[in-house]
Design a protein around this ligand. Structure first.
Ligand code: NAI
Length: 338
């Protein structure tokens, strides 16, 4: 079956890496009908809003999008297009799998998935200044929101994710020892959800500071990590660092009605247009997208080919110490497709 997928090539290096990824998907025989849409600077250049209604409509229709990085324009009222997309489509689960693909880094054999709650916590943006004695900004206050509904659906998502991929353990990360109400509720609901999976997926909880340290000391004790919004933001970058940085890590934002797959890195303005960007992160995001639309076989073949190219240190782009161009890396992956 052919899947319809919205494609937002993105800004900066976005179009270059998108081209490379589309060529690999095509060569692998992925059956996708792309609906190309604009967002970010590319949309503004054509006189459109940073997040045009048509783009949003397309994702609502196809329910799946592959998105390149977007530069967030300053002074348009948009905090960030990525954040706007998450809110508009209620993409509550942010999923970042980090796996060692390149030997010789600080850590070998890392395989951790961070699942972050994407809609609540401190990032709801309920904050204000408090004026005192003529100083308008004498203090500032920010509200952390945790709901039973939000906590339950993200922890359940993590367990279902673990079950579907035969993963052994879910670690819930929190700060319930200090934030007894908000974090306490997150932990309480998490424990309740975990009971339903007893005997099928192991469960443990860890306090965020200890978890951050343990990730550096003994990252192999983690498997699937589930946590609230801000802790997830920080820990998922830490985990990316364990496998060589943001350039190799894909991410997904998933909701009931739609899912958006993207590279974790930004538009890399310093190398945009030079044809030397590394397309790996977006390629792995495209593999997550193929899994999501049910084409696990093609996703598996592409992952294997990309991994072989990386492990053989063949046609690496400059960010990984090589001299290859974006298109040459893609060619090398295509040659290894079985
Ligand atoms: P960045 O990730 O674009 O770049 C950081 C460094 O990593 C740069 O030196 C860049 O050359 C390098 N890099 C990133 N991706 C690479 C790749 N695929 N291959 C080779 N090198 C790569 O982060 P920065 O500079 O903070 O952000 C630039 C712009 O990207 C900003 O406008 C920001 O808002 C946007 N951004 C968008 C994101 C998204 O749409 N999901 C995520 C992060 C940033």
């Amino acid at each position: 079956m052919t899947a319809r997928v919205t494609l937002i090539p993105g800004d900066g290096i976005g179009p270059e890496i998108s081209d490379a990824v589309l060529r690999v998907l095509d060569a692998a025989g992925a059956r996708i009908e792309w609906d190309r849409q604009l967002a970010g600077a590319a949309a503004i250049e054509r006189g459109l809003e940073p997040l045009p209604a048509e783009t949003l409509e397309s994702i609502r229709r196809t329910r799946v999008a592959l998105k390149g990085p977007l530069s967030t324009p300053v002074g348009t009222g948009f905090r960030s297009i990525t954040v706007a997309l998450r809110q508009e489509l209620d993409l509550y689960a942010n999923v970042r799998p980090a796996r060692t693909l390149l030997d010789g880094g600080r850590y070998e054999d890392i395989d951790i998935v961070v699942i972050r709650e994407n809609t609540e916590g401190l990032y709801v943006g309920v904050e204000h200044y408090i004026g005192m004695e003529g100083d308008r900004k004498a203090a500032a206050e920010s509200v952390m929101i945790v709901t039973k509904f939000g906590a339950e659906r993200i922890v359940r998502f993590a367990f279902e994710y673990a079950l579907a991929r035969a993963r052994r353990k879910v670690t819930l990360v929190h700060k319930a020892n200090i934030l007894k109400y908000t974090q306490g509720l997150f932990l309480e609901v998490g424990r309740e959800v975990a009971r339903a999976y007893e005997g099928r997926v192991e469960f443990e909880d860890r306090i965020v500071d200890a978890a951050a340290m343990q990730l550096v000391l003994d990252p192999w004790c983690f498997d699937v990590v589930v946590t609230e919004n801000m802790f997830g933001d920080i820990l998922s970058d830490e985990v990316s660092g364990l496998v060589g940085g943001l350039g190799l890590v894909p991410g997904a934002n998933i909701g009931e009605g739609a899912a958006i797959f993207e590279a974790v890195h930004g538009t890399a303005p310093d190398i945009a247009g030079k044809g030397i960007a590394n397309p790996t992160a977006l390629l792995l995001a495209a593999c997550m997208m193929l899994d999501h639309v049910g084409d696990r076989a093609t996703a598996g073949r592409i992952r294997k080919a990309a991994e072989q190219v990386l492990r053989a240190r063949e046609s690496l782009t400059p960010d990984l110490g090589g001299r290859a161009r974006t298109a040459e890396f893609a060619d090398a992956v295509m040659r290894r497709l079985a």
